[in-house]
Design a protein around this ligand. Sequence first.
Ligand code: ADP
Ligand code: MG
Ligand code: ZN
Length: 556
Amino acid sequence: MSLNKARDVLKTYFGYEDFRKGQATVIEQTMEEINSLAIMPTGGGKSICYQVPGLISQGITLVISPLISLMKDQVDALTSLGITATFINSSLSNEEQRERLNALRQGRYKFIYVAPERFDSDGFLRTLDSIPLSIIAFDEAHCISQWGHDFRPSYRTVVNRVKQLSNIPTLMGLTATATDEVIRDLQQLLNVRNEHIVKTGFARDNLTFKIVKGQSRSAYIEEFVRLSKDEPGIIYAITRKQVDQLHFSLKEKGLNVSKYHAGMSEIARKEAQNAFIQDDTTVMVATNAFGMGIDKSNVRYVIHYALPKNLESYYQEAGRAGRDGAPSDCILLFSGQDIQTQKYLIEQSEMVEEKKRQEYGKLQAMINYCHTNQCLQQFVLDYFNDDTDAEDCGKCSNCIDETEKVDQTKEAQMVLSCVKRMGERFGASITAKVLKGSNDKKVKQFGFDRLSTYGLLSHYTEKDLIQFIHFLVAENYLVSEEGRFPVLRLGKRAVDVLKGTAQVMVQVAKVEKRETTDYDGTLFEKLRALRKELADSQGVPPYVVFTDKSLTEMAR
Ligand code: ADP
Ligand code: MG
Ligand code: ZN
C-alpha cells in the first residue's frame, strides 16, 4: 500500500517507471520511521531513497552533505521538478543564511541541504528544534567514519549534535563504501539494526574494467582520447604536477581538455567543472579532488593514469563512468613505480602508525588487483565482501584473454623456495635481485649470493621478477605482510606448488594482445562506434552487454 504511493511519487515527480535495486526497501523502512543504512554503488540512485519518503512525509527532510559544490546542483534539480528546496552553507552571506533560516521556519521548504559545519552553530540547532523534521539523511556517510577513505572529523560530531535534538527524526546513512569497519561504525552511530542495512550488489554491469601494462601511458591516453571523439571522459592522475603536464600535452595536441586540482583557484576549478558538466570540454584531467558527488551521467570512460591508493577510491572514481547505464570503460594504466609513489605518500602523511599499517594493507589489495588472473569485476566484489554470486563479467581485460594462460609452475617454485631460503624476512625487490643473481651490496652482505636459488631466474629482468612476485601475492601463493617495507612469506597455496601437486598458470601476453586489437586504431574505432550505436539503437535494452569479443566479431 504505502509502496504504491511511493511509486506514484517516483513517477509523478521524477518520471521513473520503477525503483532500482534497494530503493524500495530503504523508502519503505523510512516511511515506517525506521533508521536505515543504504549502501549502493555510485550512480545506484541513493538520492531517491530520501527524496521520495521526504515528499510523502508530513515534515521536512534535512540532507547533510560534505560536498558544498554539489548542494546547489541538487537543489536546482529538485526545484526544477517543482519541489521546494534550498541549501545553507558558507558560500552564502550571513544575510542570505538568515533569510533562508527564516523561510525554513515558516515551512517554505520541504528539503534543506547543509554542510556538517552548520552544526557548529547553536542557533542552527535551535532552528532545527523549532521545525517539524521528518528525516535526516547523511549523504556520503563514509566521511563520518574514520575507517572511511575520506574521513571528515567535523562530520562525526554532527551525529552527537543530532542526538541532542528534542525530537530525533528518522535517520538514514547513504554511502557507496561497503567495508565492514565502515558499515559497523555507521550502524552504531546512526542506530541502525542489522536487518535494516540495505546493501545492493556492487557489480556495475555496464562497465568494462581494464588494466593496461607496459606501454607509454601518455601515448595510450592521447590515442584513446582521440578515438573517443566527443565522448566525455575523466583522466585521474595522482599529483597536481602530473595533471598539469598531462593537460598541457593533450591540449597541445589539439584535444578539448580541462583540468582540475586543489592547487587551482576556486574560480578556475568551478569554471573547469562547469565546462565539463555542460559538455563544453570533452575530457577532464584531474586529481582525486574532482568528482565526488558530481552527477554527470554520460561519462563514457574513466582512465587512471596512475595507481590509486586503494580499491575503495578506485571503484568510486572509476564508477563515475556510465551512471546512465550505457556501456563505458574503466582503464587503469599500471606502472610499477607508482607503488613507490603511493608508499611514499602514506609514509610521509601525518597518520598514526596503526592507520598507516592499514593504508599499506589497502594499497597491497590495490596492487593485487593489478596482478590478479581473476575477473576484475569479481575481484572488486570479493574485496567488498559482496556476496552476490555473480559470474565472471566476460569482458574485463582478464576475462577476454583467458586463452593466453602459460604454465609458470617451475618459475613459481623457484621464487617460493627463494623466499623460504631467505628466511621469509625480506621484500619483493631484494628477492628479485637474488633470483636475478645481482651483484647488489645488500645481497652479498646477507650472503644471499651463496643460496642455491641465487641467479636461478637470471634470464628475466628484475622488473619482470617483481611483477611475477606481485602476481604470486595476488593469487595467494605468497603473502606480503603490511608495512613500510613489506615482507614476503609463503602463502596458503605455496605448499602444493612446492610439492608439485598444483600448477601456476599466468596470462603473459595480455598486453601485447590488446595492442593488436584495442590499440589498433581502426578496429578500435569501429568497436567504439558499434558499441555506441548498439546502446543508442532502440531494439537493444541498455543492460545488454556486448563483450569485446562479440564486438570484434561484428566489426569484422
Ligand atoms: P548516487 O547518489 O547513488 O551515486 P544518484 O542518486 O545521483 O546516485 O542517482 C544516479 C542517477 O540515477 C541519477 O541520474 C538519477 O536520476 C538516476 N536514478 C535514480 N533512481 C532511478 C530510478 N529508479 N530509475 C531511473 N533512474 C534513476
Ligand atoms: Mg549521491
Ligand atoms: Zn571479468
